[in-house]
Write a protein that binds this ligand. Structure first.
Ligand code: ATP
Length: 594
C-alpha cells in the first residue's frame, strides 16, 4: 500500500509541476455573433419553422403592392376589380395571421434559449471549485444570472424576429423594386446605403458601453449585498450614508455607461427617417419627372413608392437589430465569462484508480478513519499554510484539533472535504488516498461538516435537518434531533419541526443554530464528522448541551473537532496541536492546548 501511495505521490508532484507552469489566467475570450448563433443549437427546428412562416408572411406582404398596382390599373382602365380587391383583403388578413404566429414562435424560442442558458449558469455556478468563489462577487454573479440573461433574451427574441422577417421582406422588396425600375432603385440604394453605413459605424460602440454598464450594475449589486448582509453593523456604525454613497457611485457609473449606449442608439431613428424620407422625396421628384416624360407609368411609380415604404420599417428595424445585437453580445460576453470556468468535476478528471471501498464495509478496523501523511498546502504560491502535517484519527475516536488562530485548522477541514487538494503528501480516507483513488463525491459521501458559522437556511427546521437526505424517515429525523440535543427546542416551537427558522436561521439562538447544523450533518450517518466548535461564549446550560451532543456523536461516528473549549478538549481521546501550519504535539490533553 505504501509503495502504491508513494508512486501516487510522484505522479502528483509531476502534476503540481505541470500546474505551476500553467497559471490560472482566465483569459477573456471575446464572443462574437457565431456564439450567439451557437446558443440557438437545439432550437433550430422551431426557428426554421418560424422562419418558413415569416417567409410566407413576407411573400403575402410583398404581393400587396403588386395587387394594389393591378387594382389601380383595373380601376383606371374601367375593368372589373372586385375580385382583385377581395384578393387584396384576403392577402392582408393572411399576412396578419401568419406574421403573428411566426412572431410568437420566435419569441417563445428566444425565451426557451434563455431558460436553458439560466439553468446552465445556475448548474455551473453551484459546481465551481471553491477557490473560484473568492475571485467573483456574489452580487455580480446574481446580476449575470438575472439581468444579463434578460438582456440577452430581449436581444435574442427581438433580433431573431426582426432579422428573420426583415431580411425576407427587404430582399423581396429590393427584387420587386429592381424589377419595376432598376435605375430608381440604384438612387434609393445609394441614399439608404450611405446613411445606414454611417449609422452602423456609430452603433458598433454600443457593445462596450453596455458591457461597462452591466459590469457596474454587477458591482452595485455586490456592494448592496455586502451592506445588507452586514446591515446590523452598518446601522450601529451609522454608515448608511457612506454605504449609500458607495453604492450610488456604482449606480451613477452604470448610468453614465448606459447613457453612452443611449446616445448612440438615439441616432437610429433620425438616421432612418432621413434615409427613408430622402429616398421617398428623390423617388417622387425623379419618378414624377419620368412619368411626365413618359419614361414610366403612374402605376409603376405608385408600386415603387409602396415598396419603398414597405421595406422602410424592416430597414429601420435592421439598424435596431444591429444595436440590440451589440447589447446581446455584451450580455453574452458576461455570461460566457462565468460559464467558461471549468467546474470542480471538469477539473478533477483524474479517474479513481480502483473502486473505493465503503468505509463501513472495510474489514480492516485498524485502518484510521482519516490520516494525514506529510501534507503540505498553500492557497497562494510561497505562502505555505500547512507544512508536513501528519496525524491520524482512529475509527470511532474523538480527536480535538487545537491551535492558535491562523494555525491552519480550518484548512485541514477544507482539504478533507476536498475543497482543495494538497500540493504535497497524502490524505487517506479509510485507508485510501482521497486525492488519487477517490472521486470528490465519494470523499464527501463519507464525511459531514459542521462549520463554525453553521449556515441555517431559510425554510422550516425540518427542511434544514433533512437537507442531505430529503427522503429521511421520521425515525431517522428523531434520532438526529436527539443526537443534537434539539428535543427541547422542537417541543417549545409552536409548529415543532415545521416551524420556519427565518432568513439565515434568525429565529434561533447561536447555540441552537449550531445544533441544527449538527443534526443536519448527522442525519445521513457519516463515517466522519468534522465539527468546528463555536468560539463564542456559551452559557453554562448551552455549554453542557454541546458537551452532551459531542458525547452522543462520538458514540455514533468518528469525530474530528476544531476545539476551543477545555471541556471538548478534555473529552477527546487525542489532541493534535497545530501551530504555524505544523503539528507541534500529538497526545492526550495536557492543558497547554486551550
Ligand atoms: N481561502 C483562503 N485564501 C488565502 N488564504 C487563506 C484562505 N483561507 C485561509 N487562509 C490563510 O491560511 C491560514 C490558515 O487559515 P485557517 O483558516 O486554516 O486557520 P485556523 O487555524 O482555522 O484559524 P481560526 O481558528 O482563526 O479559524 C491563515 O493565514 C489564513 O489567512
Amino acid at each position: 500500500m505504501v509503495t502504491e501511495v508513494q508512486s501516487g505521490r510522484a505522479d502528483r508532484n509531476a502534476d503540481v509541476d505541470e500546474e505551476d507552469q500553467e497559471p490560472e489566467t482566465d483569459e477573456k475570450v471575446r464572443v462574437n455573433w457565431r456564439e450567439l448563433v451557437r446558443i440557438t443549437r437545439g432550437h433550430r427546428l422551431p426557428i426554421a419553422g418560424a422562419m418558413g412562416l415569416a417567409l410566407l408572411g413576407g411573400l403575402t406582404g410583398l404581393a400587396q403592392p403588386l395587387l394594389a398596382t393591378k387594382t389601380i390599373d383595373a380601376f383606371s382602365g374601367s375593368r372589373p376589380y372586385a375580385l382583385l380587391l377581395t384578393l387584396l383583403g384576403l392577402v392582408f388578413l393572411a399576412e396578419a395571421v401568419i406574421t403573428a404566429f411566426s412572431h410568437y414562435m420566435l419569441e417563445r424560442t428566444g425565451e426557451s434559449i434563455v431558460l436553458g442558458l439560466r439553468l446552465r449558469i445556475v448548474d455551473r455556478l453551484l459546481r465551481w471549485p471553491m477557490r473560484r468563489y473568492q475571485q467573483h462577487r456574489l452580487g455580480d454573479l446574481l446580476t449575470r444570472t438575472t439581468s444579463d440573461t434578460t438582456l440577452l433574451r430581449d436581444s435574442l427574441a427581438y433580433d431573431l424576429v426582426e432579422a428573420t422577417v426583415g431580411v425576407f421582406i427587404i430582399i423581396g422588396g429590393i427584387a420587386m423594386m429592381i424589377w419595376l425600375d432598376a435605375m430608381m432603385f440604384l438612387i434609393v440604394a445609394a441614399i439608404v446605403g450611405t446613411i445606414g453605413g454611417l449609422t452602423m459605424l456609430l452603433l458598433s460602440g454600443i457593445r462596450t458601453s453596455v458591457e461597462d454598464a452591466q459590469d457596474n450594475l454587477g458591482g452595485m449589486s455586490a456592494e448592496l449585498e455586502r451592506a445588507l448582509i452586514a446591515i446590523r453593523t452598518v446601522r450601529v456604525m451609522r454608515a448608511e450614508g457612506r454605504e449609500k454613497d458607495r453604492i450610488g457611485r456604482l449606480a451613477r457609473e452604470a448610468y453614465a455607461s448606459s447613457l453612452q449606449a443611449v446616445k448612440r442608439n438615439a441616432v437610429v431613428n433620425p438616421a432612418m427617417t432621413l434615409a427613408v424620407h430622402g429616398a421617398m422625396i428623390t423617388v417622387l421628384v425623379v419618378g414624377g419627372l419620368r412619368v411626365a416624360g413618359g419614361g414610366t407609368s403612374l402605376a409603376d411609380l405608385v408600386g415603387f413608392l409602396l415598396y419603398v415604404t414597405y421595406i422602410a420599417t424592416p430597414m429601420a428595424n435592421m439598424f435596431d437589430v444591429f444595436a440590440t445585437l451589440q447589447r446581446g453580445l455584451a450580455a453574452l460576453q458576461r455570461v460566457d465569462d462565468i460559464t467558461r470556468i471549468p467546474t470542480e468535476d471538469e477539473e478533477n478528471t483524474r479517474p479513481a484508480t480502483t473502486r473505493p471501498r465503503a468505509l463501513e464495509n472495510s474489514p480492516d478496523t485498524e485502518t484510521p478513519a482519516i490520516e494525514f501523511r506529510e501534507v503540505g498546502f498553500s492557497y497562494e504560491p510561497d505562502r505555505p499554510v500547512l507544512r508536513e502535517v501528519s496525524f491520524s484519527v482512529e475509527r470511532n475516536s474523538h480527536v480535538a484539533l487545537v491551535g492558535p488562530s491562523g494555525a491552519g485548522k480550518s484548512t485541514i477541514f477544507a482539504l478533507i472535504a476536498r475543497f482543495h487538494d494538497p500540493q504535497t503528501g497524502h490524505i487517506l480516507l479509510g485507508g485510501r488516498d482521497s486525492t488519487h483513488e477517490m472521486s470528490v463525491d465519494e470523499c464527501r459521501e463519507a464525511i459531514s461538516l459542521v462549520e463554525q458559522s453553521a449556515p441555517v437556511m431559510h425554510g422550516s427546521l425540518r427542511e434544514n435537518i433533512v437537507y442531505a437526505k430529503p427522503g429521511a424517515e421520521a425515525a431517522e429525523i428523531d434520532r438526529a434531533v436527539e443526537l443534537a440535543s434539539l428535543e427541547g427546542l422542537v417541543r417549545r416551537l409552536p409548529q415543532g419541526l415545521d416551524t420556519p427558522v427565518g432568513e439565515h436561521g434568525s429565529a434561533l439562538s447561536g447555540g441552537e443554530q449550531q445544533r441544527v447544523a449538527i443534526a443536519r450533518a448527522l442525519l445521513p450517518r457519516p463515517q466522519l464528522l468534522l465539527l468546528d466548535e463555536p468560539t463564542s461564549q456559551l452559557d453554562a446550560a448551552n455549554e453542557a448541551v454541546l458537551a452532551r451532543t459531542i458525547e452522543h456523536i462520538t458514540a455514533e461516528c468518528t469525530l474530528l473537532v476544531i476545539a476551543h473549549r477545555p471541556s471538548t478538549i478534555q473529552a477527546a481521546d487525542k489532541t493534535v496541536l497545530l501551530n504555524h501550519g505544523r503539528v507541534e504535539a500529538i497526545g492526550p490533553y495536557s492543558g497547554r492546548e486551550g
